[in-house]
Unconditional design. Structure first.
Length: 197
């Protein structure tokens, strides 16, 4: 069974953050820990919610973008370890904030009494970085042929399927029917007099 600890230099297993402690508690409570690695696993989202309930995150931490970014890094460590895709929505669940708050920060919006005033422009840049990492997960899923991820790329990222663009070389190879007829006459495929073979 996978665990969330790391080995220190002396071989002792340690947890680098309390988030990993609660992740391990959740994993140990599962009848089948491999369910965490199932694509789009509700079990993984359950672990995220379990961590939130036990960490005791408060609104005070929202004022420090570095803390939020460190939590994002831990979140994505868990996401990739268990073969999931990061999402802003799931991260919002982890830190106990509504996803619309994060999307407001992404767009540089905030209310006058909102904590984001204290965060400045780095808040928007940081959330954009998180969103880009989420998009990368969707793109990789779409590139592997996952129809659901292709749909998400279209719906969330505005991607569109387009017809291949013809290059100038391809366009110059297009010939009119009269040019083709002349070539066939030259090759004696068609009789010059009646146009029949």
């Amino acid at each position: 069974m996978q665990d969330t600890s790391t080995k220190a230099g002396n071989g002792v297993e340690v947890f680098e953050d309390d988030i990993y402690v609660y992740a391990q508690e959740y994993i140990d409570s599962l009848p089948d820990a491999s369910a965490l690695s199932t694509p789009n696993s509700n079990c993984f989202t359950g672990m995220i919610k379990y961590i939130n309930r036990h960490m005791g995150f408060t609104k005070d931490m929202y004022a420090d973008i570095n803390i939020l970014n460190n939590i994002w890094d831990i979140y994505t460590d868990l996401v990739y370890k268990y073969m999931q895709k990061p999402t802003i929505e799931e991260y919002a669940l982890l830190i106990g904030v509504h996803r619309d708050t994060l999307y407001s920060w992404l767009n540089g919006e905030c209310r006058s009494n909102d904590i984001c005033v204290k965060l400045g422009s780095s808040r928007s840049d940081t959330v954009k970085k998180w969103q880009a990492e989420c998009a990368l997960g969707r793109y990789k899923g779409a590139a592997s042929g996952n129809v659901g991820m292709i749909f998400l790329c279209k719906a969330v990222d505005g991607m569109a399927e387009t017809a291949p663009v013809q290059t100038q070389a391809q366009i110059s190879q297009v010939r009119s029917s009269s040019e083709l007829l002349e070539d066939m006459k030259k090759l004696n495929v068609l009789s010059v007099t009646d146009g029949k073979q």
